[in-house]
Design a protein. Structure first.
Length: 239
């Protein structure tokens, strides 16, 4: 009998603790979740919210992506703590770099994914993670970026122009009641990136609290990264 997928539901996957080594010699702790019985169609590399405000690889939307999307959408989900960040998995080496030295973390995660045969890597950034994505993520192996609640505070127009030049797509999910950047302004800021799709989400706030908003986020991710996995307009709510 099918069961409803709830906030704490963990669907089948192959889950492995990993360690990513950066160019400057730091060990970053993380986890890789793969479909239980097949190869992934694409890969999400997750970049979490601000670690000085509690952001980490277990921040709830990223955790739920790893719990559900290997089973529901044939995706590999790679989560890790950027330098100095802590979660139940442990603490990554180093100190918070305010989005600057995290460049090496992004590069190392992408290199790790490619080196371990993970196909079609996409960056999934949330809040601070979107800043790191925009500043450093337009790397040759990366397919594109998905941005949740982008503040556009550390990331500049120059960073947006770099994404525009790369030709890689961006999808930005912007809450109606975001604390930093709301849909109308976001559309103006991202207009300089021809392949940027800004999606305003009615009623949502920066932290995406509420299962209905989590489902909107996860469905949009799948629609961008592996649309063939969708059997209807939305991801299933039962397993």
């Amino acid at each position: 009998m099918a069961e409803q997928i709830r906030a704490a539901t963990i669907l089948p996957a192959r889950r492995t603790d990993i360690t990513i080594r950066t160019e400057d010699g730091l060990n970053l702790v993380g986890e890789l979740a793969l479909p239980a019985d097949r190869d992934p169609a694409a890969t999400l590399i997750c970049l979490h919210p601000l670690p000085t405000q509690g952001g980490m690889m277990d921040s709830h939307v990223l955790r739920k992506a790893s719990y559900r999307l290997p089973a529901l959408a044939d995706l590999a989900v790679l989560r890790f703590n950027t330098r100095g960040a802590t979660s139940e998995r442990g603490t990554s080496d180093g100190e918070f770099g305010d989005g600057v030295t995290e460049r090496l973390d992004v590069e190392a995660a992408v290199d790790w994914a490619v080196g371990n045969g993970l196909s079609k890597p996409w960056l999934l950034g949330w809040s601070f993670g979107t800043e790191v994505t925009l500043k450093w993520g337009a790397l040759p192996p990366v397919e594109g970026g998905i941005l949740l609640s982008p503040p556009l505070r550390r990331a500049t127009d120059e960073d947006l122009d770099r994404w525009a030049e790369s030709g890689k797509p961006l999808t930005a999910l912007v809450p109606e009641f975001d604390d930093y950047l709301r849909p109308e302004e976001a559309r103006q800021r991202f207009a300089r990136v021809p392949k940027a799709d800004v999606i305003g989400v009615d009623g949502a706030k920066h932290l995406w609290v509420g299962e209905n908003y989590v489902r909107i986020v996860l469905t949009t991710i799948v629609r961008v990264v592996n649309p063939a996995a969708l059997r209807g307009a939305d991801l299933p709510t039962e397993w």
